[in-house]
Design a protein around this ligand. Structure first.
Ligand code: PFF
Length: 453
């Protein structure tokens, strides 16, 4: 039953490049912007613990399943599913995984680009010395001024969307490979510098306690859903991004090992970001639950005070932009490969169309920070709603379907052949997590939020 296929889009040049690219996809705004602010909003320690648990028992097994499907199908997620359904003689309706993934990607990129635009605009602020010696109030005002100006937000959102589409149009593997090799390690070093600086602040231990001392009284059913949704978001799971990257993976690479490395690297970066940010929050009497502006209202205070802060600050926001860039490329890649494979478009044309539509949808997020800030549905702004729907509902749902598909639909010979770790304890553990733990956890968390259990 050995039916391994070739990718028409080419392959990564080595396992290492795949790890870098997938880590580039995983490490992004989710780790440095989103993780600290949702941890802050949901009370810290207990939330972080649940998030870590979700990464280990849901995220890693589903990542392995998603890469495995991608490598077996070697095409855009929808066609991969069609191919796998053929191999497994299953109903083609499973292609819904690919369709919902493309929709989730479209929704996520629409707001992702707006937030990445904030990072871009902060590069200029840092270079021009705006944060030099600035007080928490001045930094806060700088941020609220940015949000209050739709024109400025649209400008940076447009710039970021163009940056993304230029790289995607050239093909993910040319250019991206080179960029991630240098930028990912550089980001890590800078985060370590920031944590080092945070250690010198009086409130470092309070930050550590906030992040790691669980207080289960502060977690709600919705908080658990957000932690799970974030495990998917931060690992880029549930929507086909990792599947399409898996489609370019050479056959001899170990899916299990690479998945674990990617998850560890991603988690490490998120925790470092938390360790850098919360001591600044507490030292300056700020609110951990300040919301999406958290890093933009805290880190500049540190850059303003530390020696060499202008250089560090500028570098930091450049690297944050790059981290967002390497992620945004993967978010839209399933849509682009679908347009190329099924609609016969050139990559450039596909990028123009997909990028244009996503940009347009992003305007909804831009306005939700100013003009329509008070227009709410289920107590959520447009941005909150799109994020909640895509990250906390669509991604876990996509992951749930993938786990069911791999366990119940794909013949075990195929999964075993692709994973290639034999059928020993490692395979059994993975299969058990994917068959019972991950789907049941997702279902229970969903039911719990709806209030059924
Ligand atoms: N993992 C990225 C981050 O943490 O910023 C975001 C992301 C990328 C989500 C790719 C989904 C995806 F398919």
């Amino acid at each position: 039953m050995s039916e391994q296929r070739e990718s028409v889009h080419g392959l990564w040049s080595s396992r290492w490049v795949f790890i870098l690219a997938a880590t580039g996809s995983a490490v992004g705004l989710g780790n440095i912007w989103k993780f600290p602010y949702i941890a802050g909003e949901n009370g810290g320690g207990a939330f972080v613990l649940i998030y870590l648990l979700c990464i280990a028992v849901i995220g890693v097994p589903i990542m392995m399943a998603e890469i495995l499907m991608g490598r077996r199908g070697r095409s855009t997620p929808i066609n991969t599913l069609r191919h796998l359904c053929g191999e497994a003689k299953a109903h083609p309706a499973w292609q819904i995984i690919g369709w919902s993934g493309m929709l989730a990607g479209f929704l996520i990129l629409s707001f992702y680009s707006v937030i990445a635009g904030w990072a871009l605009s902060y590069i200029l602020d840092s270079i021009s010395g705006t944060f030099y010696d600035a007080t928490a109030e001045q930094v806060g005002k700088n941020f609220s001024d940015l949000l209050a100006s739709p024109g400025t937000l649209i400008f940076w959102h447009t710039a970021f969307m163009i940056m993304t589409m230029v790289v995607v149009a050239r093909g993910v593997k040319n250019g991206l490979e080179k960029a991630v090799r240098i930028l990912m390690p550089a980001l890590l070093i800078l985060l370590l510098v920031m944590v080092g600086y945070a250690m010198s602040m009086g409130e470092f231990m309070r930050g550590v306690e906030f992040l790691f001392k669980p207080d289960f009284g502060r977690i709600t059913a919705n908080g658990v859903l957000i932690a799970m949704g974030h495990a998917f978001f931060t690992l880029s799971l549930g929507m086909g991004a990792i599947m399409i990257y898996g489609a370019y993976l050479p056959n001899n690479v170990s899916i299990a090992k690479t998945s674990i490395i990617i998850a560890l690297a991603d988690t490490f970066v998120a925790l470092l970001a938390g360790l850098a940010i919360f001591p600044i929050v507490f030292s300056n009497g700020l609110e951990p639950g300040a919301g999406p502006g958290l890093i933009f209202q805290t880190l500049p205070i540190a850059f303003g005070q530390m020696p060499g802060g202008i250089v560090f600050g500028t570098l930091f926001f450049i690297l944050l932009t790059f981290a967002a860039w390497t992620s945004s490329i993967s978010i839209i890649e399933p849509v682009i490969t679908w347009l190329v494979e099924n609609k016969n478009m050139s990559r450039t044309r596909a990028c123009t169309i997909a990028g244009g539509l996503t940009w347009l949808a992003g305007l909804g997020t831009v306005l939700s920070f100013n003009v329509t800030a008070d227009v709410k549905l289920f107590d959520k702004t447009f941005f909150d709603l799109v994020d909640y729907l895509a990250s906390n509902i669509m991604l876990p749902l996509g992951g749930l379907l993938m786990s069911i598909f791999v366990v119940w639909v794909l013949p075990k010979v195929i999964t075993a052949e692709e994973l290639n770790i034999g059928q020993g304890a490692g395979f059994k553990l993975w299969f058990f997590l994917l068959k019972f733990v991950a789907p049941i956890a997702v279902i229970i968390i969903f039911l719990n939020v709806i209030g059924i259990i």
